[in-house]
Design a protein around this ligand. Structure first.
Ligand code: AMO
Length: 436
């Protein structure tokens, strides 16, 4: 196994083999310093020019470009004068494993480099320390959330992304040719999460792509994104769903703060704030009124019963000012604006919510309508016919009361680090971007 930079201290005064990128070459009069890099850090390799045996190594390095990769064998020694961790590699052999051509831009200094140029060469852009760190932080957040669910008896499932009918009414669907018929890319695992409840699986989750044919060029929309979806049974109300989401986010953020809190502050200038339970919650009607009174904001006519981007931004402001919280649940959306599978109470009040964090919606969730007759009625009201017939069948043969939610992983990372979605996704997918 390759030894990583952050493991080198275990090998002091030993003969080692180290592989990595050539980060920099500093050719001085008496000595050549080469900085080697992997995704865990940097280490110095020192070649003395006075030693005749080093001529071959110097020749290799003189002809080498930065960002080439090498495999170096040599002795790892301590040297207090070395700024990089007080250690250096004194090489005996250097093998060039790949030679880099001149780079299209300096990934260490991305100021002024267009985001589209960065995305064209995303594998170089990702070499930037900040981007490398963002990937590790996202991985930690998702790992901690997964672990929380495993510890709470959730089972991870994998639902199909090729589907016969649209899965999320209201958002557009990608259509594709499927032999001699049409198929669609799943906009959400919604129907299958609920099928798992009808199957008696009790508690499930999935972390997987969702596809949305939305022609929106904002800093928070992608046509493909990763959704952290879960669903669980035997709930009493959507309050149970919100409570689980609070615990889940607290678990994720606690781990991230523990491992990366200082680094996030240093590199991204963002504080990781662990929220406390319960997160503040507001009914949409009351929110409208507060936003009007405090910020003179009125929701446009066509958005009444729902939120829009401006309302989300101001909700963050309000959450901070009124509750000293970065999070806020919004409830009591208009049934006409929400999917038919959300339960409504006897007064027609929707049993669903959105969660706003730092000015952006990160989650939709709800108690689901699990009673066949009610669900069929709601679907009909929305004008959904044949498309949802297969889904309605799930509720015919017994199905426990249940609920769930989905968190957009890309949005979570983006808001955690103060980035745009293009900078955040491993490879952004939008209306004008399918490559690389
Ligand atoms: P919804 O459509 O609100 O709900 O999506 C859930 C969450 O997914 C993220 N998201 C997106 N992220 C990036 N680009 C997009 N175009 C995009 N669209 C959505 C957001 C959003 O809050 N089935 C329901 C969830 C449920 O009730 O369980 C659903 O899909 O963070």
């Amino acid at each position: 196994m390759k030894i990583n930079v952050n493991e080198l201290n275990n090998y002091l005064d030993q003969e080692i083999t180290f592989s990595g990128f050539v980060d920099a070459i500093r050719d001085k009069k008496w000595v050549m310093f080469v900085i080697l890099r992997d995704n865990t850090g940097k280490v110095q390799m020192t070649i003395e020019k006075s030693d005749e045996n080093n001529q071959k190594l110097l020749d290799i390095m003189t002809n080498l470009t930065v960002e080439s990769t090498v495999k170096v064998t040599g002795k790892l020694v301590s040297n207090e004068a070395v700024k990089l961790g007080g250690i250096e590699i004194i090489p005996s052999t250097i093998e060039v494993t790949s030679m880099a051509q001149p780079l299209p831009f300096d990934f260490n200094n991305l100021d002024g480099v267009l985001i589209d140029t960065r995305l064209d060469y995303r594998w170089l852009d990702l070499r930037n320390e900040k981007n490398m760190l963002a990937r590790q932080i996202e991985s930690t957040m998702v790992q901690a959330m997964r672990e929380f669910l495993y510890n709470n008896n959730f089972t991870e499932i994998h639902t199909p992304k090729l589907i016969g009918t649209a899965s999320e009414s209201g958002s557009s669907v990608f259509e594709l040719k499927y032999f001699d018929r049409k198929a669609y890319l799943a906009q959400s695992p919604q129907f299958y999460k609920q099928m798992a409840m009808a199957a008696g699986m009790n508690r499930i989750f999935e972390v997987a792509p969702c596809f949305r044919a939305e022609n929106s060029n904002t800093n928070r929309h992608a046509t493909e994104f990763t959704s952290f979806d879960l669903e669980f049974s035997y709930i009493d109300s959507y309050e149970d769903v919100m409570s689980l989401e609070e615990d889940l986010l607290i678990a994720g953020l606690t781990k991230v703060k523990e491992l990366y809190g200082d680094k996030i502050k240093e590199v991204f200038n963002k504080e990781v704030i662990i929220p406390t339970k319960p997160f503040p919650k507001m009914r949409l009607k009351d929110l409208y009124q507060e936003l009007h009174e405090r910020y003179n904001f009125d929701i446009p006519e066509h958005d009444i019963g729902d939120m829009n981007a401006e309302a989300e931004k101001l909700t963050y402001k309000l959450a901070l000012e009124k509750y000293n919280s970065e999070f806020m649940f919004i409830v009591d959306y208009a049934a006409t604006k929400r999917p038919f599978y959300h339960m409504r109470d006897e007064n027609g009040v929707l049993q669903g919510y959105d969660l706003i964090w730092r000015g952006t919606e990160i989650t939709s969730g709800s108690q689901r309508e699990h009673r066949f007759d009610e669900l069929a009625k709601n679907a009909k009201e929305k004008g959904l016919g044949k498309d949802v017939e297969f889904y309605l069948q799930f509720f015919k043969y017994g199905c426990p009361p249940h609920g769930g939610f989905a968190i957009g992983v890309d949005r979570l990372t983006m808001l955690l680090l103060g980035l745009t979605i293009k900078e955040t996704q491993f490879l952004f997918r939008g209306p004008n971007r399918l490559e690389p």
